[in-house]
Design a protein around this ligand. Structure first.
Ligand code: NDP
Length: 251
């Protein structure tokens, strides 16, 4: 499968940690040139150095993807620098607590801005480039919370449900241009996602949830993403649900 990916060009958002970082490493190991995006520039530089030390090619594009101009520009910049854009992986995301009655509406907007709108911006910018090539893969990272809403994290669930709907619409809009679109829905995966949670109790809950026994590792999700983009162009994995083997919750 590696040969299929050699020479392709990817843009991975949320690549300074967790699933995005692992995805960048996984794709780079398969011969993909990767542009990596997140706000923590020093972590991106360390990732680029690691990829380069292993013989790969990578470029750090530090910044905030909720800034529409930035999110649009990194797509164009990647295509300009490397001559094409084959794979877009939207991993940048966040989770916050909160029910509806006491909802912090500003925090809701922050969650929606990152989990939904930032992905809209990069997708919007990538479609024309991929259409001109006649091929491309767009992978958006949702969650099991995008299939099953629970109490206490309504903004997160709503953002992921909306992301799934947007991604499904997009797949149908671009299918005839040779562009594949996939929504990836991971269950608990041990990453630093709890670090940005403002509510202390919820932060502890999420931290324990993603690191509980049997949780997946970010490289597991990255391997699934590599599988999706490695298939022959005629086959589109449009939805990929990946859960810890030990997870018995119904979806
Ligand atoms: P991490 O917190 O490790 O990764 C989130 C990434 O998003 C970081 O690289 C962070 O980098 C980046 N990011 C956050 N805000 C911005 C921003 N405004 N602009 C640019 N980059 C930003 O968590 P995960 O790896 O777990 O999360 C990745 C995705 O996976 C998310 O969409 C999450 O919802 C999803 N997911 C995770 C699950 C889990 O159990 N871990 C389960 C299901 C889905 P920086 O702070 O440097 O900007």
């Amino acid at each position: 499968m590696g040969e299929i990916l050699t020479g392709r060009v990817a843009l991975v958002t949320g690549a300074s940690s967790g699933i995005g970082e692992s995805t960048a490493l996984e794709l780079a190991a398969a011969g993909v040139t990767v542009a990596v995006v997140a706000r923590r520039a020093e972590r991106l530089e360390a990732l680029v150095a690691k990829i380069q030390a292993a013989g790969g090619t990578a470029l750090a594009l530090p910044g905030d993807v909720t800034d529409e101009a930035f999110a649009t520009q990194i797509v164009a910049q990647t295509a300009k620098r490397f001559g094409r854009l084959d794979i877009l992986v939207n991993c940048a995301g966040m989770i916050q607590s909160g029910g509806i009655e006491k909802a912090d509406t500003e925090e809701w907007r922050r969650v929606m801005n990152l989990n939904l709108y930032a992905t809209l911006y990069t997708c919007k910018a990538a479609i024309g480039i991929m259409r001109a090539q006649g091929s491309g893969d767009i992978i958006n990272i949702s969650s099991t919370a995008g299939r099953r809403a629970g109490p206490g994290a309504s903004a997160y669930c709503a953002s992921k449900f909306a992301l799934t709907a947007m991604t499904s619409s997009m797949r149908q809009e671009v299918a005839r241009d040779g562009i594949r679109v996939c929504i990836v829905e991971p269950g608990a995966t041990t990453t630093g996602i709890s670090e940005g949670v403002t509510d202390e109790k919820f932060r502890k809950f999420i931290s324990e949830h993603v690191s509980k026994e049997g949780s997946m590792r970010p490289e597991d999700v990255a391997a699934a993403i590599r599988f999706v983009v490695s298939l022959p162009p005629r086959a589109n994995v449009s939805e990929l649900l990946i859960q810890p083997t030990m997870d018995t919750a119904p979806i």
